[in-house]
Design a protein around this ligand. Structure first.
Ligand code: HEC
Length: 196
């Protein structure tokens, strides 16, 4: 194609695409909101892990179940109070039905899982978006939680009968077993209500 013609047709493509993009894309979340959400997710993970490991060490896994049951929601509520964000955990296969995902969270976790299956580094994955729905305008932030070595005591494939019984007594609908170290376990989920 003569050079002039090539330039002309390129220009035509630009004009066409410009005209077909009338819808404005959703606004990107503010960088400081993403930083705050990421910090809240990291803090929840670190505080839970520290508390869990010391509880296992002092009282064993059965005693640690009650630490998870009572303290995990308290730690999340404390961080929510401190940060003004709603901070929590969710999973595709959950233990506590109160942690069951909403539609947004389920889709996000299915995407994380597919990306991890395709070879993505879970530590590098996160999702931050502004979503407008029935709750108004919200920042939604999610980050994967992976299964580690100590997690399989209570979420693995080979759980002791004592631990299994203690879990089922407290969580009769438990779906959160059968995980191996390195498996995708769930996600931190942070929500912030935004001004209209
Ligand atoms: C001592 C047993 C125990 C160990 C060890 C344990 N968990 Fe849990 N996990 C629980 C209990 C009990 C709950 C339900 C907490 C609640 O009621 O909110 C839970 C809930 C969760 C949830 C929230 C979603 C859901 O299923 O309700 C995630 C995510 C999770 N655990 C991940 C982990 C990871 C990752 C590790 C390892 C770092 C781990 N757990 C280690 C007992 C344990």
């Amino acid at each position: 194609m003569p050079r002039q013609l090539a330039v002309l047709s390129l220009a035509a493509v630009f004009v066409l695409t410009a005209c077909t993009h009338e819808e404005t894309p959703p606004p990107a979340p503010a960088p400081e909101d993403i930083t705050a959400a990421r910090a809240a997710a990291d803090a929840l993970g670190a505080q839970l892990k520290a508390r869990l490991l010391s509880a296992i060490e002092t009282g064993g896994p059965v005693a640690a179940i009650d630490v998870c049951k009572l303290e995990a929601p308290e730690i999340a509520a404390g961080l929510s109070g401190e940060t003004g964000l709603r901070v929590g955990r969710t999973a595709l296969r959950w233990r506590n039905p109160a942690n069951a995902p909403d539609d947004y969270e389920r889709t996000a976790m299915e995407t994380f899982l597919a990306e991890i299956d395709a070879g993505a580094d879970p530590a590098a994955l996160e999702l931050a978006e502004i979503v407008t729905g029935a709750q108004g305008r919200q920042l939604r932030y999610m980050k994967p939680i992976m299964t580690g070595g100590p997690c399989v005591l209570c979420h693995g494939t080979d759980i002791s009968n004592e631990v299994k019984a203690a879990i089922l007594e407290r969580y009769p609908d438990d779906q959160a077993t059968g995980f191996a170290p390195g498996d995708f376990r769930g996600a931190f989920t942070i929500t912030k209500d935004l001004e209209k």
